[in-house]
Design a binder for this molecule. Structure first.
Ligand code: WQD
Length: 341
């Protein structure tokens, strides 16, 4: 299939582009490069050995998008959007305007082009504070959300559901990510956070590389095995392959799937695993809990296994090894000149 990949130069997007190409699909990257780098596309071309058409546009800009997307495509994978929980609290208007308009514009484009296959990048944040764990897709959504980022994902899911009601041919798959980590084994693409990262993995990697003195562990007295927060870390290439499986599902209607490993890992367990893989010590100090944080967020990924034939394959150690490999080869992300051949 010829796939329009919005946000295709980002962390998840670049890995999804590779997984699509490896599966024999064609990819068109649509990105405004506000939080990504054109070098990521060049790296994907290097790894995949193929040229990738790029449409540079802000998807939330309706006029520009409808004008600039002048190519045919069979399906869309929609990842373009703002994604920082912390930033969304400080900039609610921007997050709702960008994330909701991006979804609305894309749905209009799909209708105009009679494209009926859509995979949407949603998030475990739509579940709010878990009533039970592990979390299945039947868990309530939209209750107790604490940030505009999470609300924008929940609202986008609702927009897609309401659109499908008037477009019965629309096959929409909502992928609820848990915590993506890792990098492609080539070390040529990876997470390249702009500004000061707030997610655990990039912070650990910055401590390991000496860019940051120590890790602040947010909370040490949670009701978890070692008192630190437990999350479901999913390798980014497993996540990318989940998008390919969702795309090939292509069944009319709307269906959500958790993309997680189903295994809970604490902050200190991740630190120890990263230390083993990088052979670097991660200095840390246990501090008070972060506002809005939850003790445990772990997926029940059985629906994706049963219906998509997808499950996480890569180990936590492999994800840490590959993330560190990316970090060592690209200490300052895509701006560095080093490209491994
Ligand atoms: C993980 C754990 C922290 C930083 C993320 C994204 C959200 C969504 C879900 C995609 C927690 C602890 C962190 C640090 C720490 N992803 N931590 N010190 O909060 O689960 O949410 O995944 O939609 O967008 O934000 O991820 O990496 O911030 O935190 O102790 O410096 O690490 O308390 O237990 P989180 P995170």
């Amino acid at each position: 299939m010829r796939v329009l990949l919005t946000g295709g130069a980002g962390y998840i997007g670049s890995h999804t582009a590779l997984a699509l190409l490896e599966r024999g699909h064609e990819v068109i990257v649509l990105d405004d490069f506000s939080n990504s780098h054109i070098e990521a596309v060049r790296r994907i071309e290097l790894v995949a050995g193929t040229d990738i058409p790029v449409i540079t546009v802000d998807l939330s800009d309706r006029e520009a998008t409808l004008r600039k997307v002048d190519c045919d495509f069979d399906a869309a994978v929609h990842l373009a959007g703002l994604k920082s929980v912390v930033e969304s609290v400080a900039q609610p208007n921007r997050y709702y305007r960008v994330n909701l308009n991006a979804t609305l514009v894309l749905l209009e484009l799909l209708r105009e082009r009679s494209v009926s296959n859509l995979v949407f990048s949603s998030s475990a944040t739509v579940y709010g504070p878990p009533v039970n764990s592990p979390i299945s897709e039947d868990h309530p959504v939209g209750a107790g959300l604490t940030n505009p980022y999470g609300w924008s994902k929940f609202m986008s899911e609702q927009i897609i559901r309401d659109t499908q009601r008037i477009r019965p041919d629309l096959a929409a798959t909502l992928l609820r990510y848990f915590n993506p980590i890792g990098a492609h084994t080539s070390g040529n693409i990876g997470e390249d956070p702009t500004g000061v990262p707030t997610n655990l993995m990039p912070v650990i990697a910055q401590v390991a590389s000496g860019r940051r003195e120590k890790l602040s562990v947010f909370g040490g007295t949670y009701p978890t095995p070692d008192g630190t927060g437990v999350r479901d870390y999913i390798d980014v290439m497993d996540l990318a392959e989940g998008h390919v499986a969702a795309l090939e599902r292509n069944t009319a209607g709307v269906r959500s799937y958790n993309l997680g490993s189903g295994v809970g890992v604490s902050v200190l367990e991740l630190v120890r695993t990263f230390e083993e893989q990088s052979e670097r010590r991660i200095a840390y100090a246990i501090e008070g809990p972060r506002l809005g944080d939850l003790a445990e967020v772990v997926a029940d990924p059985s629906r994706a296994a049963d219906e998509l034939g997808w499950r996480a394959k890569r180990t936590l150690g492999a994800s840490c090894r590959d993330y560190w490999n990316w970090q060592v080869r690209n200490p300052y992300g895509y701006v560095s000149e080093h490209v491994s051949r």
